[in-house]
Design a protein around this ligand. Structure first.
Ligand SMILES: C[S@@+](CC[C@H](N)C(=O)[O-])C[C@H]1O[C@@H](n2cnc3c(N)ncnc32)[C@H](O)[C@@H]1O
Length: 427
């Protein structure tokens, strides 16, 4: 059977786009691109990535589905390109179950045209690494070390009215590095930098955290980057305060939060989530952040939801990129204290009299408390009942219900612990 390939190709005169396609003959496909009529002689196509797959048609379909928003309207094969998007395309392809083997990937820094179809993934030795070194580094990498994808930032922020950003200083305070190389820049910073004028921002302040793992390869010194635009163009100033580690709770970071920031926007480290939330809620500033999906039923955060100090943003976040820039499952959601207009997810709440809720989605636990699932919500009972995080994220608290107490609710049925929930009641 013929081998099957997926490729990403780019024309030298159209660097903001790339094509993702399938073929059984990579060399012939590249020749075809380069001999297309009507193209200028200088417009040379080169592969950015090629790999062997076991079913190219299915893989191509899945790529189209996954990156719907990145496709140019007119043509289904053309995708928008920047280095972060490229990492996302490659990450998705390489983590797909039909992926077999990488054949070629453009080298990071080479800008010249590469037209040869060959395996160029460098060995550990060529990269100056040892197997033991890689294993040790991997051990150090904890759950904190994930990149947020550009499209997740774009998808969420585009939902809010642009006027909320007008003349505001945005603070990205959890390792949101900025570099000339997009791959060494956080997606939050990339987004705000490229939409600076459109949003009417006053300033963007971002921090590189000098932790054990240098996610963005920015070196061991923490810095604060100040980005603004004047009539002369972009202004970036990096400050390296003495004895500064870049932590969000360092006095220098807290001073910026208190005195300069208007809106905090980042994906904080999972391991410091409780501390981060406490600071962000107490400072009284606006925020739009990513955290775990279960936070809405966790005792440490429930009071914030109960007191209406935070609510879910519009979207969930299903993927992050791991330090190798491979797609990895995430259970994230956006959270904010910025008003949400007409939340589309209200439609997912199935509010109805208890008797109309299908039997399989309602049951009583050992203490006779009603548990409802699948976003079914009774509207004719006065007593508190238990729900999962999902209805809270879909806006239940904006639809006439309130959190009953501050405690995560762990039901037991026939003395067996069930998954935890939160008690809510009709107002
Ligand atoms: C989930 S990652 C997100 C990185 C980046 N903000 C993004 O969205 O791609 C969390 C980052 O916070 C960093 N971090 C860990 N502890 C921190 C602290 N105390 N202050 C600031 N950042 C910290 C981690 O090293 C990691 O780079």
């Amino acid at each position: 059977m013929e081998k099957q390939y997926i490729y990403i190709v780019q024309a030298s005169l159209e660097l903001s786009k790339c094509k993702i396609g399938k073929t059984c003959d990579l060399e012939r496909r590249l020749t075809e691109y380069n001999s297309m009529t009507g193209k200028s002689q200088e417009n040379v196509y080169r592969f950015l990535f090629t790999c062997e797959v076991s079913d190219m048609a299915t893989m191509e379909k899945d790529i189209k589905e996954q990156f719907k928003a990145d496709r140019e309207n007119k043509s289904r094969e053309i995708y928008f390109y920047n280095s972060v998007k490229f990492e996302n395309y490659v990450g998705f392809i390489k983590s797909h179950k039909l992926f077999k083997e990488e054949i070629f990937i453009k080298s990071e820094d080479k800008k010249e045209v590469v037209m040869i179809v060959k395996k160029t993934t460098p060995s550990l030795e060529e990269r100056g690494l040892t197997h033991q070194g890689v294993m040790e580094r991997a051990k150090r990498i904890k759950y904190d070390e994930f990149y947020t994808r550009y499209e997740d930032v774009e998808k969420e922020i585009s939902m809010y009215n642009k006027s909320i950003w007008q003349n505001k200083t945005v603070f990205c305070n959890c390792d949101d590095a900025i570099d000339e190389d997009d791959r060494k820049t956080s997606a939050f910073v990339l987004y705000f930098k490229s939409h600076f004028k459109e949003l009417g921002l006053r300033k963007l302040i971002c921090i590189h955290y000098a932790g054990k793992v240098d996610l963005f390869n920015q070196g061991s010194k923490a810095y604060i980057a100040y980005i603004s635009y004047t009539t002369d163009g972009e202004n970036i100033y990096k400050d390296y305060p003495k004895n500064y580690d870049g932590s969000f709770d360092h006095p220098v970071s807290l001073k910026i939060l208190k005195e300069e920031a208007d809106i905090v926007c980042t994906n904080p480290p999972f391991s410091r989530s409780i501390d981060f939330w406490k600071i962000i809620i107490e400072c009284g500033k606006k925020f739009l952040i990513i955290s775990n999906i279960r936070i809405a039923i966790h005792s440490a955060y429930l009071p914030y939801f109960k007191n209406n100090q935070v609510w879910a943003g519009y979207n969930r976040v299903d993927y992050f990129l791991n330090p190798k820039r491979q797609l990895t499952d995430a259970a994230g959601h956006w959270y904010t204290n910025i008003p949400i207009d007409n939340r589309p997810k209200y439609e997912r709440l199935k509010i109805m009299p208890l008797k109309n809720i299908p039997e399989e989605y309602k049951k009583y636990d050992d203490s006779k408390t009603l548990l409802v699932d699948n976003c079914y919500i009774p509207n004719n009972i006065k007593k508190p009942f238990a729900v999962s995080a999902r209805p809270i994220l879909n806006g239940l608290l904006e639809n006439g219900y309130e959190i009953f107490n501050d405690k995560e609710y762990i039901p037991r049925i026939n003395n067996k612990t069930q998954f935890s929930r939160v008690l809510v009641q009709k107002i």
